[in-house]
Design a protein around this ligand. Sequence first.
Ligand SMILES: Cc1cc2nc3c(=O)[nH]c(=O)nc-3n(C[C@H](O)[C@H](O)[C@H](O)COP(=O)(O)OP(=O)(O)OC[C@H]3O[C@@H](n4cnc5c(N)ncnc54)[C@H](O)[C@@H]3O)c2cc1C
Length: 238
Amino acid sequence: MTAVFRSDVTVTLVRSAAGDADVLFAARVSTSGEASLDELDKDPEKSTGLINYLMRDRHGTPFEHNSMTFLVQAPIFVFREFHRHRAGWSYNEESGRYRELEPVFYTPAPDRKLVQHGRPGKYEFSSGTPEQHAGTVKAMESAYRHSYDAYQEMLAAGIAREVARAVLPVGLFSSMYATCNARSLMHFLSLRTKKENAKVPSFPQREIEMVAERMEAEWAALMPLTHAAFEKHGRVAP
Ligand SMILES: Cc1cc2nc3c(=O)[nH]c(=O)nc-3n(C[C@H](O)[C@H](O)[C@H](O)COP(=O)(O)OP(=O)(O)OC[C@H]3O[C@@H](n4cnc5c(N)ncnc54)[C@H](O)[C@@H]3O)c2cc1C
């Protein structure tokens, strides 16, 4: 198989049941009981105040009554970080035991900042020279080809996939479905994006941030009022 080298990630919203009205009917059960279901047919724009109040005062549970499922294709090192998010997330990932893994590998794009400065937990990055970028890509491609050849040789010799995969690097692409709700997504976004208006700054690795940015764009289209309230209140998950 011919190796493929990618610098991007794939995020596709494959299913969703998520809208601003879902927040409102859940919140209004407090005062209206089952009559709060009427909220689903009303214009949520009229209730931006309630959504803002819930976000500001961190009443988080009304933001859980919705669901989004994403197909994500990204390097394994991104998935290792992603799967640390336990609360309000469900995952299913392709198996290296049950299928032969394809030679799709990550290399940084020319605009990916390569050189780090500062201290752990608060790194700043600068671009690096074209030579550094070319050398990085060359070293990665060479190592990827070498390890994938070894994988193929073991498979050809009759070795089980689950054993042979040990030589494959964390730059190999994998695929997963990830299902979350707006509250768990906001928690993820607060940690995995770096934004000026964040009340609590975070310093995520760029590649998981690329996934997070694409998820955020999908979510913002589904729940614009909730997203606007998240932005307004400093990107703190309620
Ligand atoms: C910039 C950055 C650097 C990182 N560096 C490292 C690192 O060097 N090493 C490392 O191991 N990890 C590292 N992590 C991962 C980090 O420690 C978390 O595992 C990850 O961010 C998931 O956060 P979380 O636990 O809040 O999320 P979730 O697991 O989704 O949990 C969400 C929330 O639920 C509650 N919760 C969940 N489980 C429990 C529990 N068992 N007990 C009590 N409350 C719970 C907490 O309030 C938690 O914030 C890093 C993360 C970031 C963003």
